[in-house]
Design a protein. Sequence first.
Length: 248
Amino acid sequence: MAEAINEQLKQLSGRGTALPGPAQVSPAPHTPPAFHPEPRLPPPERYGGEEGTCRPFLTQCSLIFELQPSSYPTECSRVAYAISLLTSRAREWATHEWDRGADCCTTFQTFADELCKVFDASLPGREKARNLLGLRQGGRCVSNYAIECRTLAAESKWNSFSLLDAFYHGLSGYIKDELVTCEPCRDLDALITLSTRLDNRFRAQLREKGSTRSARYFQERLSPPVGTSPSPQLLPCLISNAHEQHST
């Protein structure tokens, strides 16, 4: 019996048993990246060298390049696109620079800097600051006055305190009368929000009354004296802050 068992063991060991190999894993199917079409935007308005519109034109070009990178993949293609939108004297200048292979045509940023230097050599920050000094609400609503104030403030480089004082100084008298009874605002956003709310309430009350006397009072408070300029107490502070910001 024992011999029979040993014989069977010898036969089994002689055959050997193959171990199963690793399971074959089929590769995952290749999934192409999702295609997201670039937005199609209208081209910016053509620029002919007019002062004051150079930077908005270049900003619009930059937005095109940001949203359509595959359409303008190289710096050369971006400069060419900007030149194609120029007219008049700006196109004549850019064509000459492109034909002679000027350094300003190597990148869009250098081209933009040179275009501004040639056709918009003014210092936008200082001009916007001067405009802020003379800005007044007048007969318009506070919200429209605030829009112009914010637009000028974006390039004025004034600090928050100067912007707050300039906005308050330009408000019409009827708003200032209401602000006297309110807590002082700590920043420009808070002052604009409060002034807009007071203005809306004042105008709503005026519409409800509809009296000639109220309308006359409203018109008198809206119309500042002709040639009004910033007060002597405010002007030195604003100019000092403006120069301090430009020198940094």
